[in-house]
Ligand binder design. Structure first.
Ligand code: PMP
Length: 399
């Protein structure tokens, strides 16, 4: 039995991986067990923004692993303060609550929003509402999928947690109409990732900021996928010059080697958590904190935010040019571009398979969108190599 068959026998089929057995990764390249090397243009859904095996991450990983790893937060550990101080500094927030996965940090934000609704805003117990957007993706817990508009995420998993109100994404008037005295928070992705890199109209976030200010509602942004340079800014909300009341970060924060996430907010919001109110055995452990700090330092010192903006604009231009006649939309920001294919041209899955055959790993979303999200460390030459492959593949579908 080969390794793919073994995996299929014993691993739950909750994903449908391409039949490629990867063996090792270095920088932007992934090599399979047969020795075939391909360019990684999906970066583990943005978790590998620093590329595979970044030498500085590997150094911190091994040094910290030898020194101290997990003690739980029953004790203090040296790396946690510097890590969260840096995270607060780059995000303009005051305090952080460390978790492991994106979904856990989202759950943390939901808890913060509800306590804020009851304890600060005076909403009657059990009545707090959080406004969310259709097409959202915030993770896979039962509470989170409960307010997904994707039936596939929900099917057979109910009953779900009440207290969420869905509105169309990108429509500030719909948010305004949905706000009631029981609204504690609005929680959205500034650009929807899993929905297919859906960019709302410019001015949307600013309108939401104003609505939140006028109605005493928290604006919580999930930047698990869009944050840490992916869109050409440290955080996607900077494109509109606003600051959220709560910010959710994950994925790339773990340097591509470890799950590290956090919920960030003001001191006033974070005061709502007292000892015993929330936690996680692994959240904020010394190894996670050391890696998180190094990941932030690398993003800053290697100017990955600026590089994402520069290379991203170039990548989007080239992808738009090479998919003319095949795509109905090419959208995104920074090194995060969705090519939305005309359904009559080809399915995204077919193109993704062809791209993998030609040496480029990407990921489809729904039937029509292909996501391009290479590591932010990619060089222009590597990007050109990948885009040349893409050009040949798209040309074969056009012809
Ligand atoms: N929020 C957003 C915006 C995401 O894109 C994701 C993952 N795709 C999550 C939350 C969930 O993160 P995790 O898989 O680490 O729980």
């Amino acid at each position: 039995m080969n390794a793919i068959e073994l995996e299929r026998q014993v691993c739950a089929a909750n994903y449908a991986p391409l039949p490629i057995m990867l063996s090792h990764g270095e920088g932007v390249w992934l090599t399979d067990v047969a020795g075939v090397k391909r360019l990684d243009m999906m970066s583990g859904y943005s978790a590998v923004s620093l590329g595979h095996g970044h030498p500085r991450i590997l150094k911190v990983l091994s040094e910290q692993a030898r020194k101290l790893t997990v003690t739980s937060r029953a004790f203090h550990s040296e790396p946690l303060g510097p890590f969260l101080a840096k995270l607060c500094a780059v995000s303009g927030q005051e305090m952080a609550l460390p978790m492991n996965t994106g979904a856990e940090a989202v759950e943390t934000a939901i808890k913060a929003a509800r306590r804020w609704g009851y304890r600060v805003k005076g909403i009657a117990d059990g009545k707090a509402e959080i406004i969310v957007a259709d097409g959202n993706f915030h993770g896979r817990t039962t509470t989170i999928v409960g307010f997904s508009s994707d039936e596939g995420y929900r099917d057979g998993f109910g009953p779900f947690t009440p207290g969420f109100v869905n509105v169309p994404f990108g429509d500030a008037a719909a948010v305004e109409a949905a706000i009631t005295p029981n609204t504690a928070a609005i929680m959205i992705e500034p650009i929807q990732g899993e929905a297919g890199i859906v960019v709302p109209p410019m001015g949307y976030l600013k309108r939401l900021r104003d609505l939140c200010d006028a109605n005493n509602v928290l604006l919580i942004l999930d930047e698990v996928q869009s944050g840490l340079g992916r869109t050409g800014r440290w955080f996607a909300h900077e494109h509109e010059g606003i600051r959220p009341d709560g910010l959710i970060v994950g994925k790339a924060l773990g340097g591509g080697v470890y799950p590290v996430s956090a919920f960030l907010a003001s001191r006033d919001v974070m005061r709502l958590f007292e000892p015993g109110s929330h936690g996680s055995t692994f959240g904020g452990n010394a190894l996670a904190a050391a890696i998180g700090l190094e990941a932030l330092n690398i993003i800053e010192e290697e100017r990955l935010v600026e590089r994402s903006a520069e290379h991203g604009a170039y990548m989007k231009r080239r992808l738009a040019a090479m998919t003319q006649g095949l795509a109905r939309d090419v959208r995104g920001a920074g090194l995060w571009v969705g090519v939305d294919l005309d359904p009559s041209a080809a399915s995204a899955k077919t193109v993704v398979s062809a791209l993998a055959g030609a040496g480029v790993l990407t990921k489809e979303t729904h039937e029509t969108v292909i996501r391009f999200a290479p590591p932010l460390t990619i060089s222009r030459a590597e990007l050109d190599w990948g885009l040349d492959c893409c050009e040949a593949v798209f040309a074969s579908f056009a012809g």
